[in-house]
Structure formats: structure tokens, C-alpha cells
Design a protein around this ligand. Structure first.
Ligand code: BGP
Length: 464
């Protein structure tokens, strides 16, 4: 039997934009807006309008989550639902009440609410008016919004998370064009990364100076870590992998946990003429306001080889001028999603956190397997027999368990996700849930993995 530490968080993550639907929301975020103007960019033209209808069905959904054994759930508060006026952070009462209801229902069900404050859902008005995360003005408006969240829900919520996967915001919006506004501008990307780090530190500062940590409440952030492995031992590949790691992982991990950016990366960006604009005062703020708890989203590793692109000037700067993706022969793939499956990386992450990040408390805040057309696995009883998801989770948990045995302070495992939900431009193509959702009828049914997960949670582990 593989037993996990006592009070281990067995749970899942979801997000406001992917679950709630746009019902009664006073503002549009960047995804809402993008869907309004270019619906053809979304799989089957399905947008975020209904999502998994959580706004209307949160009570029933939370009941299903309980049936799947969750003892904790990460939700996110949408800036565009809670706030009426972004400049003053005045409140939208319907939004205020909705999040009270959700948090109360979770607590009544014995599910600990973990609350995120930004899940790719920048208000589009703030992009059009100020350039979004390019602007430090937006950083300050965001902090005002988070202070409202702490004041409203701070007595009920023990675990707060400032950002979800900031690297995806940088990559999607500013480099590789998969989030609105789909820009390609390396210099802006670097400034946005910095501004998000600054926003994280300023929010943590506001949380602590406001006394919201008074009863042991903690604040953290959620990073998608993708350990980098070199294609070979050749010096060129080793260098490529080192820089990939600096950019993809350490850029956000180091300031969050250690309070400073990796000097190697700062030197590289300086030499290339693309370093962010910052002040000495901000540097101190970042140093002093590091996280209590780290959330790690792990889906796939990254493998790097010597790059092929040679930029001609600083204005063409892109981080991948330093590394190319390497497709290792015979690697295991999740074919539907196009991601490599490499559970051992969770062990490597565990040791990295133990050895290089002061063994900070952390948890797996997302991990999961997206599979298309899951109806093909429906059995005679009408249940989806997702044996592949059970195997996937089990293998990841085995490596995580080894990491914990080696002394890494991992406190939980959250699957992406409890109930099949809407996934950005992929909409409903790939399903991740322990519970299936028929998007035409919104009928939700536990999959085989849902029953299995409940046993794991109840036994605090599983047999080999
Ligand atoms: C993570 C996000 C989630 C979720 C997940 C699955 O990057 O934090 O919001 O969407 O990935 O990926 P996808 O939706 O692209 O299949």
C-alpha cells in the first residue's frame, strides 16, 4: 500500500472562466472577447458562454465532487465577475454573493476551498485601455481587486493563489499566439513576465499588511513546471536545456520562492537588450514578499536541443532562439493532446524543490490526461470506463510518493479536473474530468476514475 502523508489534499482544480459560464457577468475577459469577435478560432465554435454551467449548478456539482472523494478544490474568482468598476474596485453584488455561496457550499461539503485570483482572465477593457500586463497601472488595479477578495472571503479561505501559470500568459499572449491578443513581441513578453512577478509580490504584501494571514491563512502561486532534459550530452544541447529551464521554470519559480530572478537569466536578457524596466524599490518588494506555499501544475516535461533560429536583431528576440524542442524517439505520448507522458518528472520536481528551493511546502495543483471522444469508452451501464486515466494518475502518484519518501514536503495532489469543463480554444475537445459532462444536456455522471479516486482519497493511498 502506498500511503501518503496525513491530511493529504486529494482534490482537483478548476477555474472561473472554464466552469462558470458568462451568466450575469458584468465584464468580458480576454477569452470572452476573443470568442465574441472570432468564434471560428474555438473548437467546434464552442465558447465560454455556458462552460460547465457552474454558475447555475454549483450545488449539484459540489455534491458530485464529494462523491468523487475530493477533500479540497481550487476555484478562481473572476475579476470580471466580482468587480463593477476596475479603477475603484467597486463590487458587483451578484458576483460577491455567488462566490460566498460557492465557498459556503464547499465548506458545508467538507471540501477545503483553494482560491485563485487570476486564471488567464484579464478584463479585456484593461488590455484595450492600458495594454494589460504590459502596464504597471494594471498591476495596481489587480492588487485592489485582490484586496477586495481578501476582505470578502478572508475569514473563510485558508489558501490563496495569486496567478495560475503566468508562463502561459506570456507564451500565449506575447510569443506563440494562442491567447488573445496573439502578439509576437519578445521585449513585451519579458516586461509582462516581470510585471506579473511584481503583481504577485504586491498582492502578497497587501495580504500580509492587511493581516489576512492572521489565522494561519497562506498565500502562494501556481506555476506550470516542465523540467528540461537535454537531447544529448553535447555542450550545445546542455546549454540549450539550461536556458530552457531558466526561461520556462526559473523565471517565475526563483522570484516566487527565493525572492530574486536567476542572475544567469538577467545577464542573458541584459546582453540581448531586452531586460525589463524595474526599480530598486520593486526589487526589495519582490525579495521581501515570497510565497508560503507552491502549487505545481505538471503535465509534460520539456526536452531541448541546440537551436536553429538565429535572430537578426533585438527586435526579433524570442526565448526559443536559445533552444529547440527535441522529440525524443519512442517517447510516450498522449496522442489526443500532443503531450509527452513522463511521470518520473514529478520525482525530479520533488527533489528540485527539496534541494534548491528550501524544501518549501508544495502540492501538485494540476496534473491530468485530456482525452477526446471519451464516449467510445462508455460501458453497458452508461459509465465511461476511463482505465487509462486511472493508470495515468497512479503512475504519477507512484513517482510523487518516491519524492515524498525522499523528503520533499508535498502536501497534496489535485487533478485537472473534477468535472469535464471548457478548455480555452480547445473548448470541449479533450476531456479531463472524473465526472463526464454532456454539453448539450449538462447531464453529469461519475466516470470509473471518479469512483477510483474516492477510494484513494478515503484510504489516503492505494495498493500497488
Ligand atoms: C493548464 C491550465 C488549465 C487547463 C489545463 C489543460 O494549462 O491551467 O486551465 O486548461 O492546462 O490544458 P488544455 O485546456 O489546454 O487541454
Amino acid at each position: 500500500m502506498k500511503k501518503f502523508p496525513e491530511q493529504f489534499w486529494w482534490g482537483s482544480a478548476t477555474s472561473g472562466p472554464q466552469a462558470e459560464g458568462r451568466f450575469n457577468k458584468p465584464h468580458a475577459n480576454v477569452f470572452d472577447h476573443w470568442y465574441d469577435i472570432e468564434p471560428e478560432k474555438f473548437y467546434n465554435q464552442v465558447g465560454p458562454n455556458t462552460a460547465s454551467n457552474f454558475y447555475n449548478s454549483y450545488k449539484e456539482d459540489i455534491q458530485l465532487m464529494k462523491e468523487a472523494g475530493l477533500n479540497s478544490l481550487r476555484i478562481s474568482i473572476q475579476w470580471t465577475r466580482l468587480i463593477d468598476d476596475f479603477e475603484t474596485a467597486s463590487l458587483n453584488e451578484d458576483g460577491v454573493q455567488f462566490y460566498h455561496n460557492v465557498i459556503d457550499t464547499l465548506l458545508e461539503a467538507g471540501i477545503e476551498p483553494f482560491v485563485g485570483l487570476h486564471h488567464f482572465d484579464l478584463p479585456v477593457e484593461l488590455y484595450h485601455q492600458y495594454g494589460g500586463w504590459e502596464s504597471k497601472k494594471v498591476v495596481d488595479l489587480f492588487v485592489k481587486f485582490t484586496q477586495q477578495c481578501f476582505a470578502l472571503y478572508g475569514d473563510k479561505v485558508r489558501y490563496w493563489f495569486v496567478f495560475n501559470e503566468p508562463m502561459v500568459v506570456v507564451d500565449g499572449q506575447y510569443l506563440y499566439q494562442f491567447h488573445y491578443p496573439n502578439i509576437r513581441n519578445g521585449k513585451k513578453a519579458v516586461q509582462v513576465a516581470y510585471n506579473i512577478v511584481l503583481a504577485t509580490a504586491k498582492t502578497i504584501e497587501a495580504f500580509r499588511s492587511g493581516g489576512w494571514d492572521r489565522d494561519g491563512q497562506q498565500i502562494g502561486t501556481i506555476l506550470n513546471l516542465t523540467p528540461s532534459y537535454p537531447a544529448s550530452d553535447r555542450a550545445e544541447d546542455l546549454k540549450a536545456s539550461r536556458i530552457a529551464d531558466l526561461w520556462k521554470n526559473q523565471l517565475f519559480l526563483d522570484p516566487a520562492v527565493l525572492g530574486e530572478f536567476p542572475s544567469e537569466l538577467v545577464e542573458l536578457l541584459t546582453a540581448d537588450g531586452v531586460l525589463w524596466e524595474s526599480t530598486e524599490e520593486e526589487k526589495i518588494l519582490i525579495k521581501q514578499n515570497t510565497i508560503d506555499l507552491l502549487g505545481v501544475n505538471f503535465y509534460h516535461p520539456s526536452r531541448a536541443k541546440e537551436p536553429s533560429i538565429i535572430p537578426s536583431s533585438a527586435s526579433d528576440w524570442m526565448p526559443n532562439q536559445y533552444f529547440d524542442d527535441y522529440e525524443m524517439p519512442r517517447r510516450r505520448m498522449n496522442v489526443d493532446k500532443g503531450w509527452e507522458i513522463y511521470p518520473q518528472a514529478l520525482y525530479d520536481i520533488s527533489l528540485n524543490i527539496r534541494d534548491n528551493y528550501g524544501n518549501i511546502p508544495w502540492f501538485v495543483s494540476e496534473n491530468g490526461m485530456g482525452v477526446s471522444q471519451e464516449e467510445r469508452f462508455m460501458n453497458a451501464e452508461g459509465q465511461i470506463d476511463d482505465f487509462y486515466r486511472i493508470d495515468f494518475i497512479k503512475e504519477h502518484l507512484e513517482w510523487l510518493h518516491k519524492g515524498i519518501e525522499a523528503g520533499s514536503d508535498c502536501r497534496g495532489y489535485h487533478l485537472w479536473t473534477a468535472i469535464d469543463n471548457w478548455s480555452w480554444t480547445n473548448a470541449y475537445r479533450n476531456r479531463y474530468g472524473l465526472v463526464s459532462n454532456d454539453i448539450r444536456t449538462q447531464v453529469k455522471t461519475l466516470k470509473k476514475s471518479g469512483y477510483w479516486f474516492k477510494q484513494v482519497s478515503e484510504n489516503n493511498g492505494f495498493s500497488d
